[in-house]
Every structure is written in structure tokens, then in C-alpha cells.
Write a protein that binds this ligand. Structure first.
Ligand code: CA2
Length: 149
């Protein structure tokens, strides 16, 4: 049997990780985060598809396409977290386990970051651990996927 596939989606500006605002987001690049997340998935017997887009519609297309291919989704929607009802609708429609992640603890930050639309479709939210948030999310999702199998 093939390894269950975890789809990791990253939203706008996360491609800039490690280049600016290290006091908020740390010094790891998105490629560093991908590598750490990929290693964690590998150790847990899961395959990983790690993507980033600056475009809301592309993220929505990827969520829709996950039906029938992925076993679960980890999403850091970037600033779309706080605005995108369309992304929330897509995550609810895809009928897969979703975990929301954030590098920063959004609840320590400006009030407009305290609202999360993807969070309403997520089983759980992991925020504030930098790149480690993704590793923790892979462990949680792998456990959910194995329990459901
Ligand atoms: O903490 C997170 O993971 C966020 O999703 C990051 C988003 C922010 O809008 C959310 O409120 C919380 C921002 C991603 C932009 O990342 C950058 C990293 C370095 C330099 C510039 C942007």
C-alpha cells in the first residue's frame, strides 16, 4: 500500500520567509521548513506535497484537487487566514482532515490577526512555534490518518 499523502499549502508572502522580519518569523527559509517537514513525514511513513502560492484562487484549486489524492491538508494561509471565506468554503467542501499552522502566535499580535477562517474548517490549530509548527502538525495529522484507516 502506498504512503498516505499530506498536502501542505502555504499562502502569500511565505516565499519571503527568512529574508525579512526575523524577529517575528525566524531565520529559516520556506525551503528549510519544507525539508524539516518532509523529514518528519518520512519518519511517520507519510508522503509530502509542499506548495506555496501568492494567489487565493490557486490555493483554492489545490484544495479542491486534493480530493481523492491527499489524506489530509496542513495549511498556513498567510494573510488569507484573516480574510478568505472562499478558502474556508473550499476546505469545508473537500472533506479531508485539515490542520491550520502559523509560524507566529497570531493571538499575541494585532487584533485583525485573531480571526481565522481556515480555523473554522480545521480539526486543530498549531501556532507560535516557527517552522516547528509544521513538524508538530505532520505528527498530529499522521496520527489522525492512521487512526481513521
Ligand atoms: O504566522 C504566520 O504563519 C502567518 O500566517 C504569517 C503571515 C501573516 O499574515 C499571518 O497573520 C500569520 C505572513 C506571511 C508573510 O511572511 C513573511 C515572512 C518574511 C518576510 C515577509 C513576509
Amino acid at each position: 500500500m502506498s504512503a498516505p499523502l499530506i498536502l501542505v499549502l502555504n499562502g502569500p508572502n511565505l516565499n519571503l520567509l527568512g529574508t525579512r522580519e526575523p524577529h517575528i518569523y525566524g531565520t529559516d527559509t520556506l525551503e528549510d521548513v519544507r525539508l524539516a517537514t518532509s523529514r518528519a513525514a518520512d519518519q511517520l511513513g507519510c508522503a509530502l506535497d509542499f506548495r506555496q502560492s501568492n494567489h487565493e484562487g490557486v490555493l483554492i484549486d489545490w484544495v479542491q484537487d486534493a480530493r481523492g489524492t491527499a489524506a489530509g491538508i496542513i495549511i498556513n494561509a498567510g494573510a488569507y487566514t484573516h480574510t478568505s471565506i472562499a478558502l474556508l468554503d473550499a476546505l469545508k467542501a473537500v472533506d479531508l482532515p485539515v490542520i491550520e499552522v502559523h509560524l507566529s502566535n497570531i493571538f499575541h499580535r494585532e487584533p485583525f490577526r485573531h480571526t481565522s477562517y481556515p480555523g473554522r474548517a480545521a480539526i486543530g490549530v498549531i501556532a507560535g512555534f516557527g517552522g516547528q509548527s509544521y513538524v508538530l502538525a505532520v505528527a498530529a495529522l499522521a496520527n489522525l490518518i492512521k487512526t481513521a484507516a
